[in-house]
Design a protein around this ligand. Structure first.
Ligand SMILES: Nc1nc2c(ncn2[C@@H]2O[C@H](COP(=O)(O)OP(=O)(O)O)[C@@H](O)[C@H]2O)c(=O)[nH]1
Ligand SMILES: [Mg+2]
Length: 451
């Protein structure tokens, strides 16, 4: 990362538009502005200017916005040239800016500089990308709240409580002989913090669910009604349905929303010992999808074995990521005569009885899908969050609990202090106080150019 270079990019989307914006940031911006505009426009005011080429020819005319450091998005000197939105014209103006000493910005580089200059924290920077990529109104609303710093404030409040505890414990380390400070911190002092972390984890999980949704894989033997289920959930004939077993060979993907919860559905080839090489490949791909699923729906044809309690095949259970549930769906109850509904069996397997064809039991199944994911509805989200935030909070929570356990057995204060230090570092990963170059690279490379 070289903050000394001046960067430039077209900030508006590719293609023709009413307005095209070029952004320039860095120490050379002042010079470039003078060269192209003739003078430095008054700060933070829209100024009509001609954008001039190297020989003084007018390339375009438009609004120039000059934001001297530090009061700019990046914290550096920043210039925005708002001209006409013709792609060739914009290329021409950008080439002129690059010729005057800037280099092309990498994706997300403006936001990365804003982060490195302390204009926003890492969770806020991520919220910018989420805001731009939001596919639903709820996603956009929650990303905007994260960008405002609502999520970060919750994390900071937790860090504050943690710091307070650390001070108490580390004071005991530094002044072991003083009566007052040597008194061990009561385990109950941890409880409030742990409860706060648990509450935040649950809300962060909601935010992550609304942003990322779930991947639900539909599996089971040929002809059980898997493709029919996908069609019913999507509400259109996306997949081919026939009475011929082995119809589906390719994976079929569809995205749906249940009450604001995004779900990526995958319909797979029926799992059986296929002899046809095409179908074999389909079965192999079905298994590969199962290994990445958040939830597997295993269909059975209830007319085939209405009396039996079908079991979950071992290979499927083992292929599934840890923690991802499998649900057994007894389909075609319109012909088997079973009552629709969801029930938990004595062996812990959840069974859903329904008819994809008639729709009996399908509403209960939809409700069930949301409940298993822990989704509390579109109004439950408070801010947007990502998987890495959930992971970091989970780690911080475990470390907090470890600290409490250590204090319960009156362990050495050094041990307790170390657990708390680690919990604080985990929380610091969310806001970016603790972040590797690799993590930053991964986050900012997802941005679009010019942001
Ligand atoms: N009676 C009845 N037939 C169904 C139901 N669901 C699917 N089918 C039929 O079962 C056959 C196989 O369905 P399909 O979705 O292609 O199964 P897949 O091989 O698992 O994808 C088709 O003829 C469907 O019309 C149901 O709930 N009741
Ligand atoms: Mg099928």
């Amino acid at each position: 990362m070289d903050g000394q270079e001046t960067i430039a990019a077209i900030a508006t989307p590719p293609g023709a538009g009413a307005i095209g914006i070029i952004r320039i940031s860095g120490p050379g911006t002042r010079q470039i502005a003078k060269a192209m505009l003739g003078d430095l426009p008054p700060p933070r005011q829209a100024s009509l200017r001609s954008f001039r080429g190297e020989t003084g020819d007018v390339l375009d005319q438009g609004v120039a916005l000059w934001f001297p450091s530090p009061a700019s998005f990046t914290g550096e000197d920043l210039l925005e040239l708002q001209g006409h939105g013709g792609p060739r014209l914009l290329d021409l103006v950008l080439a002129r800016v690059l010729g005057a000493g800037a280099r092309s910005a990498r994706p997300g580089e403006f936001t990365e500089r804003a982060f490195l200059n302390g204009k926003l924290d890492l969770a806020q920077a991520e919220a910018i990308a989420d805001l731009i990529q939001a596919a639903t109104a709820t996603q956009a609303r929650l990303a905007s709240r994260s960008l405002q710093g609502i999520f970060s404030r919750h994390v900071r409040a937790l860090v504050e409580g943690l710091t307070h505890l650390r001070v108490l414990i580390e004071a005991g380390l530094d002044f072991p002989d003083e009566e007052l400070d040597a008194r061990p911190v009561e385990p109950a002092a941890f409880d409030e913090l742990i409860a706060a972390a648990e509450g935040l984890l649950s809300r962060t999980h909601q935010g992550e669910l609304i942003r990322d949704g779930l991947m639900v894989v539909i599996a089971g033997p040929p002809n059980a009604g898997k493709s029919s289920l996908l069609n019913a959930l999507v509400g259109s004939d996306a997949a081919i349905v026939t009475e011929i077993p082995g119809t589906t060979r390719d994976l079929l993907r569809a995205e749906i929303q249940l009450d604001g919860l995004p779900i990526r559905l995958v319909d797979t080839a029926g799992l059986r010992a296929a002899t046809d090489p095409i179908e074999q490949e389909g079965v192999r791909r079905a298994r590969a999808e199962i290994a990445q699923a958040d939830h597997v729906i295993l269909l059975t044809d209830d007319t085939q074995s209405p009396e039996a309690e079908p079991s979950i095949p071992r290979d499927i259970a083992e292929a599934l990521p840890t923690g991802a549930p499998i649900t057994l769906l007894r389909n075609k109850i319109d012909r088997s005569g079973r009552a629709a509904g969801v029930r938990e069996r004595a062996d812990g397997v959840t069974e859903v009885a329904c008819s994809v064809l008639t729709g009996a039991g399908m509403d209960a199944f939809r409700q069930y899908l949301k409940a298993v994911a822990g989704y509390q509805g579109p109004d439950s989200g408070e801010f947007s969050a990502r998987r890495r935030h959930v992971d970091a909070l989970q780690r911080a929570l475990e470390q907090l609990k470890a600290a409490r356990d250590a204090s319960r057995i009156a362990a050495a204060p050094e041990l307790i202090a170390e657990e708390l230090r680690q919990a604080q570092a985990s929380l610091g990963e969310i806001t970016g106080e603790v972040a590797s170059d690799e993590l930053l690279g991964r986050i900012f490379s997802e941005f679009c150019i010019g942001k």
